[in-house]
Design a protein around this ligand. Structure first.
Ligand code: GLP
Length: 240
């Protein structure tokens, strides 16, 4: 795994943008695997700036997202579908029909997981962006998730519900389950870029990079990927 340690969040976002934009500018038909959470927001801001300044076109690109809360439809303001539109897609020239995410209100969860797996098979990620949960989760793959899993339904860890409560009016509004792509879908990406910022992520960063590869710390699987870059700011990298 390639490790880049930056002074602060601003520099982390700038370095992430260099890597993401290299993929984007190299291939107008690129498939971008994207992530939610607050960590990628700086990077998304830089992609939007680049689009405004240089007109880099996304019209032939495809975006596939990692996960979605169960029970929230795509217009719910706390859904990840809404988050992606407001923070990135609405600012670019991407065709909304080329942006994909699990349907949080799918009637048949099993069928929805299979639909998403086949979609990912058709659209293999040229780059997969990831954030990191403070418990070492990637997407919503919580500790204990089998590395071989594809898209599946997950019950969120109590620590994840607590971490994500800051984005809801109250903790009781946080959905308790979600659809997520599995470790196998993530590992299938040609390139992986994982971002971690702040002291709360330091232990998870250490485990992901230096720890044993174990299902107890999902991000540790990334050590087995041939082209994975971790960018961490000084606080998140404190234990390395
Ligand atoms: C959620 C998302 C993850 C994300 C994590 C970290 O749980 N499902 O994909 O990596 O939050 O979020 P943040 O970047 O806000 O710390």
């Amino acid at each position: 795994m390639k490790i880049i340690i930056t002074e602060d969040y601003e520099e982390l976002s700038a370095k992430a943008a260099e890597i993401m934009l290299a993929v984007v500018k190299n291939n107008p038909y690129a498939v971008l695997g994207l992530a939610t959470g607050t960590t990628p927001l700086g990077l998304y801001g830089k992609m939007i700036e680049d689009f405004k300044a240089n007109g880099t076109s996304y019209k032939n690109m495809t975006c596939v997202n990692l996960d979605e809360y169960v029970g929230l439809d795509k217009n719910h303001t706390q859904s990840y579908a809404y988050f992606m539109r407001k923070n990135l897609f609405d600012w670019l020239d991407i065709n909304p029909e080329h942006t994909h995410i699990e349907n949080g209100v799918a009637a048949d969860a099993e069928e929805e997981c299979r639909r998403y797996d086949s979609l990912l098979k058709k659209h293999r990620q040229d780059i997969q962006l990831l954030g990191l949960g403070s418990n070492g989760h990637i997407a919503f793959n919580e500790p204990g998730t089998a590395f071989g899993l594809g898209t599946h339904l997950v019950k969120l860890a109590p620590s994840t519900v607590r971490d994500n409560a800051r984005l809801f009016d109250s903790e009781k509004d946080v959905p308790l389950s979600a659809f997520t792509v599995g470790p196998a879908n993530i590992m299938n990406a040609k390139k992986i870029l994982i971002l971690a910022s702040g002291a709360k992520k330091a232990e998870a960063v250490y485990g992901a990079v230096r720890g044993t590869v174990t299902e107890s710390l999902p991000a540790s699987i990334l050590q087995r990927h041939g082209d994975c870059t971790l960018i961490a700011d000084r606080q998140a990298a404190a234990l390395l």
